[in-house]
Structures are given as structure tokens and as C-alpha cells.
Design a protein around this ligand. Structure first.
Ligand code: GLU
Length: 465
């Protein structure tokens, strides 16, 4: 089995594209097949090298590397043209000398409600080799058939009426073959057995099947994946969520988490949500891909990313962060010593949903809070608190080893003597240390921060009251 992911470099890798690539990759891995990547760069006006680089970078980040060298559609343009000549000789396609403007004008004459179609002006015109020197496009001659059907692995039998189509262009006047022709020829060259792609391509499939027929080639098996939808039920747009993989990378998502999330968009294995790569490979099959569009849910992605972050060891986190958010990581390593960083990471990872959030929180903990929230002070700092905090600082001075166990024992002891709950001391301490009432365990944080800095921050709160 040979499959391919065929991105057009007209933008960054869209998460819909990433999901298509993932499904192709899993299908190949599950079936001991071959996964290929072909850059479809024949739209010369819109294709950009910058996007080629960005797409390849995103694929690499997601660990979706092709099993054979990458190919570029434009590099096969001569073969494409040769095949078009062969079809021309067989009379299966024909030159169209109509000026594009005239074709457009004639289309305008069509009554409303009728699909815009080429009227066949040049279809049966004879022409000489000399005529072929004049500017022309090449059009595919639709055969005398009523319907075109194919079996889609996801949607079942799909049938199109041939009168929905027209004699479509396969070679533009500028000498560049069109998308539908190139895709077919390249898929034949690359011996693609299964074409797994987005549902937005389904209307191209009948044209492509006709081209396979004309070239005398066996078509591949098709599987059209349902679209990814926004929360309103329409096609996912920038208004719903970030749409390119690179944005997720920059926001501090882990490639493994995004991969896992995208796999579950439209595919299910019971109600399991978290999968190892091997499980995804073992369980993946196209018959478990639903027909309905899948709604993109940012909250779920954040939840899943949090799970993946919690599973990281510090060195794995440092590697992932260096790859995706290096500038931020540098700010972090500038404020914390390496041995402290590892300990802090263990504490902060418990609550994080993205690497950015995690790093930001760790950076901000490096500095004593500057402005304390008046509302929080009102809520957590009573007249009695000052005494508790003084007792605590005194206890710290007398303590030999400032481990979190010793610190919490001291806090408990003080609270018991004063007849208050632990929270009455723990929250003001947290506020003093972090400026917030949400943080990892405050006594664990104190242990990392060290006795002197912790005391300094507590005194700052007390002094400021
Ligand atoms: N180049 C097309 C795209 O980016 C994909 C074509 C295909 O998979 O057949 O949408």
C-alpha cells in the first residue's frame, strides 16, 4: 500500500492538512505500507518557497517524515506535457483557442441556476499542427456517459452525473498543466494505491477518474475525510481557533498532543482519548472514520496537551521547548539555575495546559510579586495573619533543613496552636510567594526558592500590610 500527502505550498500547514497527513501516515504504518509527501507547486502564482519550508518544518515537527525522498510536482512537468500530447493524438483531449475573456462572456449568458460550463466551441473543430503554435489551452473531452461512480472507503458509493461537469482544462494557456491532471499523473507515477484526502476534493474525483480512464490506468482507492468544523458547525475558520500547525507550535503545544488530538477528530477507538503512537498505529483503520464533520474543540486540545506535559521528564520538556519556544525558554534559563529548574518544572507541570503558560508561570515565580491584588489581600489576610506569618518566619529561622516536609509541619503546628485551619496560613504564604492564590504546593515552592528568598517575600507581604 502506498499513500501520499500532497500539500500545496500556498500557506502554512493547516490543521486539516495535518490531520490528512496523520491519517495517511497511520494507514501506511498500520498496513506496512509506504507514506510519501509530494509538494503540489504547479500553482506558480500562489506557491511560495517560504510555505514549502514551513509545511515541511511542521510535518517534521509532527514526526511525519516520508519513507521515500520528497517530490515536487513541477519537476515532472515535462512528463505531464508528453502525456497530454499522447491524449491529443488519440483525440481524447482537444486544443481550445477561445480567448479566456470570451469564455467568461459566454458563461455570463447562461441563465441563473445553471452551473457554469464551457460551451464546447472548440470541441469538434479541426486544427492543424500550425494552429497549435497559437495560444491555446487543452481541454478534456467528456465522454458520452451519464454517470461516474466510485467506491469511497468512508462515504460508500459516490455517484456524479456527467452533466455536472464540462470539458475541463487540463493544460492552461500558459503551458502549465492543471491540478486535476497533475494529481492523476503523479499518483500513477508514484504508484499510489490509496488516495486519502479531505472531502473538499470529492468534486475533483470524477474528473480525475475520467483522466485515469483516458490514460488507461487503474485508479487508486479513494477515501475522503470529513471536514474539521468550527464550534458554529461551519468550516473551521480563524475565528474559531488557530488554523495552522505553526501557531500551535508557537503557543506551546506538544507535537505528540496535537497529533493525538487530531487523530481523534473524526476517528474513534471506543471512547479512548489518550493513545501512544504504537496504539494509534495498531488500532487505526479507515472504516472507523466517521462521515460527519468533526468539531474542533480547543478546550479538549488544552486538556490533552496538559496530560502530555505532565508525562514529560524535565530534559524532554527542555528539548521540546527549545524546538518550539526557544526565546521564551532562554528567558526562563536566564532567571533560574538548572538544578532549580528541574524541580520547579515538576511542580509547575501539574497545572499547565501549554508550555508557554508553564514557562511564563515559572518566569514570573523567579521575581517577588510586585503589586498584590487588593481583593486577594482582603480575602486572605486578616489581622491575625500577620502574627501567623511572623511565627512562621521565626520558625524558619530556627529550622535546620528547609524541606517542604519540615515547612508544612511548622505551618501545621502554628495553625494548631492558634486554632485555625492550615489554609489560613498557606494562602497568605502563597500570596506572598507568588502573588496569586493558585500555584503549585506552596511548601514545595518554598523548598526550591530557598529559605532567604522565601522569608524575604513573606516579610514583604507583612511589611506591606
Ligand atoms: N494539493 C491538494 C491540496 O493541498 C491535495 C490534492 C490531493 O490530495 O489529491 O489540497
Amino acid at each position: 500500500m502506498r499513500v501520499r500527502f500532497a500539500p500545496s505550498p500556498t500557506g502554512h500547514l493547516h490543521i486539516g492538512g495535518a490531520r490528512t497527513a496523520i491519517f495517511n501516515w497511520l494507514f501506511a504504518r498500520h498496513n506496512n505500507g509506504v507514506f510519501l509527501v509530494r509538494v503540489e507547486d504547479t500553482d506558480v502564482e500562489r506557491s511560495k518557497q517560504e510555505y514549502v519550508d514551513s509545511i515541511l518544518e511542521s510535518l517534521k515537527w509532527l514526526h511525519l517524515t516520508p519513507d521515500e525522498p520528497l517530490t515536487f510536482q513541477l519537476s515532472r512537468i515535462e512528463e505531464h506535457k508528453q502525456l497530454i500530447n499522447q491524449l491529443l493524438e488519440k483525440g481524447l483531449v482537444y486544443p481550445c483557442f477561445c480567448e479566456p475573456k470570451d469564455v467568461e462572456d459566454r458563461l455570463k449568458d447562461f441563465k441563473k441556476g445553471i452551473a457554469e460550463k464551457y460551451d464546447g466551441t472548440c470541441r469538434d473543430k479541426s486544427y492543424t499542427p500550425k494552429d497549435l503554435k497559437k495560444p491555446h489551452a487543452i481541454r478534456f473531452k467528456l465522454p458520452e456517459r451519464e454517470k461516474i461512480s466510485f467506491k469511497d472507503l468512508i462515504r460508500g458509493t459516490v455517484t456524479f452525473d456527467i452533466d455536472q461537469l464540462d470539458d475541463f482544462v487540463i493544460l492552461r494557456r500558459d503551458g502549465v498543466p492543471t491540478y486535476n491532471f497533475c494529481v492523476v499523473v503523479d499518483d500513477i507515477f508514484m504508484k499510489i494505491s490509496h488516495v486519502i484526502r479531505g472531502e473538499d476534493h470529492i468534486s475533483n474525483t470524477p474528473k480525475q477518474l475520467l483522466i485515469y480512464d483516458a490514460l488507461g490506468a487503474e485508479p487508486p482507492i479513494f477515501a475522503h475525510l470529513p471536514l474539521i468544523l468550527g464550534s458554529s458547525g461551519g468550516k473551521l475558520s480563524k475565528r474559531d481557533a488557530a488554523v495552522s500547525v505553526v501557531e500551535y507550535k508557537n503557543q506551546g503545544f506538544l507535537p505528540e498532543a496535537l497529533f493525538n488530538y487530531l487523530v481523534r477528530l473524526g476517528w474513534a477507538h471506543g471512547d479512548q482519548e489518550v493513545f501512544s503512537k504504537q496504539e494509534m498505529i495498531d488500532f487505526f483503520s479507515l472504516d472507523k472514520v466517521g462521515k460527519k464533520g468533526a468539531i474542533f474543540d480547543t478546550k479538549k486540545l488544552l486538556w490533552l496537551n496538559g496530560i502530555y506535559i505532565r508525562n514529560l521528564k524535565f530534559n524532554e520538556f527542555a528539548k521540546a521547548a527549545a524546538e518550539a519556544i526557544n526565546d521564551k525558554l532562554k528567558k526562563l534559563t536566564a532567571v533560574w539555575k538548572e538544578d532549580m529548574l528541574g524541580q520547579l518544572f515538576e511542580l509547575y507541570k501539574e497545572r499547565a495546559t501549554t508550555m508557554c503558560e508553564l514557562v511564563d508561570n515559572m518566569i514570573s515565580f523567579a521575581h517577588a510579586p510586585e503589586h498584590l491584588d487588593v481583593g486577594l489581600i482582603k480575602k486572605w489576610v486578616s489581622p491575625q495573619t500577620k502574627t501567623l506569618l511572623f511565627e512562621f518566619v521565626k520558625g524558619m529561622d530556627e529550622m535546620e533543613e528547609h524541606t517542604h516536609e519540615n515547612l508544612i509541619a511548622l505551618a501545621r503546628h502554628i495553625c494548631e496552636l492558634s486554632g485555625v485551619k492550615l489554609v489560613a496560613l498557606a494562602q497568605p504564604l502563597r500570596l506572598a510567594l507568588t502573588g496569586s492564590t493558585h500555584s503549585p504546593g506552596v511548601f514545595e515552592l518554598m523548598e526550591v526558592l530557598g529559605c532567604e528568598e522565601s522569608k524575604k517575600r513573606v516579610k514583604q507581604l507583612v511589611g506591606g500590610l
